[in-house]
Design a protein around this ligand. Sequence first.
Ligand SMILES: Cc1cc2nc3c(=O)[nH]c(=O)nc-3n(C[C@H](O)[C@H](O)[C@H](O)COP(=O)(O)OP(=O)(O)OC[C@H]3O[C@@H](n4cnc5c(N)ncnc54)[C@H](O)[C@@H]3O)c2cc1C
Length: 417
Amino acid sequence: MSTPFFSHAIIGGGLLGSSVAYHLSRISKNASIAVLERGSSLDWAAHGNTRYSTGLITSSHASEAGRFMVGQTFADLEDLKGLGFDANFRRVGCVEVGLSLTPSSPPLGPLGNILHFEGWHKAFADPSKPASFDDFLVSEQFARDGCVSPTDLAACYRNAARKMNPALDVRFDSDVVAMEGEDMVELTTADGSKIRAGTVINAAGAWVNSAAGAPAASSVPVGLMRADYWMMRAPRPIPASTPLLTLPGAYIKPGGGDRVEIGTYRDEQVVYGHADEPADQEDNEVESIMCKLELLKTFIPDIEEYAPVHYTSAKTTYTPDGMPVLGRVGGGTGGVDSGGGVFAVSGCNGYGVTWSGGLGRIVAEAVLGVKNVPAELDAGRYEGWTEEEVKKGAAEKRRTKFGVWPPEEQGGVSANA
Ligand SMILES: Cc1cc2nc3c(=O)[nH]c(=O)nc-3n(C[C@H](O)[C@H](O)[C@H](O)COP(=O)(O)OP(=O)(O)OC[C@H]3O[C@@H](n4cnc5c(N)ncnc54)[C@H](O)[C@@H]3O)c2cc1C
């Protein structure tokens, strides 16, 4: 039997692999696409980041590329719904608070406690007019922001792709263990099956550098770091109008009733060598709240009365400039050993959900030859960097996401990419 051929093979059926499959199918209805996912159809989500993600979709990005990518995600949510696949996005708004405060600033006054403030609904009464608060700074607020289940969104992308392109072949239980080839790439899965593809899109998330024995020449310039958050139980119900909140060093997602998820950015980031490496035992789960206790107390004075309910942690990819890395890493054209034929999508810097639509579209347009990858996202920008420099820069970017507390610089400037 001859080896099946696909114009595009996507390694990884997480959110990004699914979004790429959708955008390839949208642009080129005749593309022959295979998605190879090592998880089974029942548990695929448990294998990657998408399952563990908080699922925030937020608009505050300093770069034009960042704003384009989230804009595409919002457009996709509407288009997916139009195709009959509703990802149940929950629009609650997002507020970036407190970047002008210092630890010596007076208490938050009437605001008092950002999780028990009754005035948030007024902030979004007229989304065209920013709300003003006398006693603290809201540096940005976005009425359109909210959250989604990332696994539902991934399923919507895949199902919509199949609706447009019935020949789309999603293969679960397909752990890609080898890739080789010159003119076209041959992929081998753990059960010995093979397929050939014109272009391989490596969307293996945190495993981007270990999937398929990825050749050193196509090593993707990312740092691998733990992202984690606690679901907590508040001592009293949190008003339903409370938006998503970002603080200088933490993010907060009210979860309904008395539940809230709090994620922090540690001052000391551990950079891992492999996505399956165990987390540092010294730096335990509780540390993820304790390390930002002073910050949290400033904005949520009764934080010590909150009870931890559930801890979630996974490893995710960051870059020194906070932007994704896309492209034919290694620049080779003569086969996978020199980096040719394999297109990576990685380095989502905690925005893999937020930017999923834009990333899927940019990758699809690039591999179909419709548009080049924008220079600020091209993996080639890290040529000449050592692995150590990339890892160190990526750790610094993660540490300073949304700013730091206590502030290292005055001026209330967002560290957002
Ligand atoms: C705790 C946490 C909170 C987060 N919160 C947010 C948030 O609020 N907002 C936001 O925008 N982003 C957030 N992120 C980031 C976002 O979730 C990720 O960027 C996104 O899910 C990445 O999707 P992905 O498809 O690239 O990776 P994954 O979901 O990891 O998918 C990769 C897939 O590849 C498969 N795979 C790996 N190797 C192979 C192989 N050899 N063969 C076949 N398949 C393979 C895996 O099984 C997996 O399913 C968060 C991340 C974490 C960890």
